[in-house]
Write a protein of this length. Structure first.
Length: 382
């Protein structure tokens, strides 16, 4: 039910994509491509869902090889309730295919695709990964649908800890699977797509080793080649921030408009935690009580926090800052900032933090929960 038709106009290809939606009769669907050069999402096509199907018809996308795109589906009704957008990645290429979309579980099948199911739906071949995802989903569903409001308040920390542990187990196992799939294949496009989709769970060393192997086979300037090259650059920058490396100074503003230099915090403290977060980031929010506890226990002994929000909606950050009344240095990357804080510290996922000593040396990465307290206890004592 998916057909592509190519025009002969030089430099332009159009495609028509028809998909069936299994559990929603109406709504809308949007196909997007993230252009890293512009750091923005470009709309490839948009369609209305009618009678459980939709059609994409666009002349705005030129295929230069398999492409990773985002499919957003906003169903009109699911079990009688209006729903938000459901996002999932799809890998498309310019040959006839069939797309089947589920809304309820954010799933998508493209059976005839050379790479979509092999890469995006890889978990289906690994029962242990599916079991971990199912456990996480069951806990989340129980919290949302079965807990009373009082239980939600009293058991929030317990639920967060369980989900954090399951997420770590899943990520660790998924990393092993991705590496195994990569090393077991001689298809460089499959290997490249694995890096493009799952590169963020690999260590910088792993990613850079694999990228060096696949890059020579990719078309120069293709979307896939550019995406991997950008991540390659980011990881090379991150390698400069390895434990034992000197920190890089940044300057950002707080909610009152006052500028703060990271260098000042380093000079005036024994240890500074440079912490990147956002109001919409669940794991970041879950970490806040731990961060506050560590700050309360160790601030008087020389511990400081230099927190950096990457919120795009500055009003959300301002509202949250006022509500939380953070006791530490709280700054934000504003649209007109030229500090390039995110690029400087190669922030591709949050929460991310760096522990810096008074000599300006990075001594640890991503200390959270008990690990942060254990490290501070080691350095500053109880």
């Amino acid at each position: 039910m998916l057909a592509f038709s190519c025009k002969q106009t030089p430099g332009t290809e159009s495609f028509m994509l028809t998909a069936s939606v299994q559990d929603s009769e109406g709504g809308e669907a949007t196909l997007l491509f993230f252009d890293k050069q512009k750091n923005a999402l470009d709309t490839v096509a948009h369609a209305i869902i009618e009678n459980s199907s939709f059609v994409f018809d666009s002349a705005n996308f030129v295929f230069d090889g398999p492409a990773k795109l985002q499919l957003l589906v906003k169903p009109e009704l699911v079990e009688g309730k209006v729903q938000g957008y459901h996002k999932r990645y799809v890998i498309l290429d310019d040959k006839p295919q069939t797309m089947i979309v589920w809304v309820s579980n954010a799933d998508c099948d493209i059976p005839e695709s050379t790479y979509h199911n092999r890469v995006i739906n890889m978990d289906r071949n690994y029962p242990a990964l599916l079991a971990l995802k199912d456990s996480s989903n069951q806990i989340t569903k129980m919290y949302r649908e079965e807990f009373t409001e009082e239980e939600k308040k009293t058991r929030l920390t317990e639920v967060r800890e369980k989900l954090t542990d399951l997420n770590k187990q899943y990520t660790d196992l998924k990393t092993e699977v991705v590496i195994s799939e990569y090393e077991g294949s001689d298809d460089y496009l499959f290997q490249a797509l694995l890096l493009d989709v799952y590169g963020r769970i690999l260590t910088p060393e792993q990613y850079l080793e694999f990228a060096d192997e696949v890059m020579p086979g990719l078309n120069e300037g293709s979307r896939l080649q550019l995406s991997i090259a950008d991540q390659q650059k980011a990881y090379e920058q991150l390698m400069k921030l390895a434990v034992g490396s000197p920190y890089i100074n940044i300057s950002l503003k707080d909610a009152a408009g006052t500028s703060h230099e990271l260098s000042e915090a380093v000079a005036n403290s024994k240890y500074v935690l440079l912490d990147f977060w956002a109001t919409w980031c669940g794991p970041c929010n879950a970490e806040m009580p731990n961060l506050r506890k560590a700050y309360t226990a160790y601030h008087d002994k020389g511990f400081e926090v230099f927190m950096v929000s990457i919120d795009k909606k500055i009003a959300d950050w301002e509202e949250r800052s006022e509500k939380e009344n953070f006791p530490w240095i709280s700054t934000v990357v504003l649209p007109d900032d030229h500090s390039n804080a995110q690029e400087t510290y190669s922030i591709s996922a949050i929460p991310t933090n760096f522990l810096i000593d008074s000599n300006g040396t990075i001594i640890a990465h991503n200390l959270r929960g008990e690990k942060l307290e254990e490290k501070l206890d080691e350095l500053l004592g109880t």
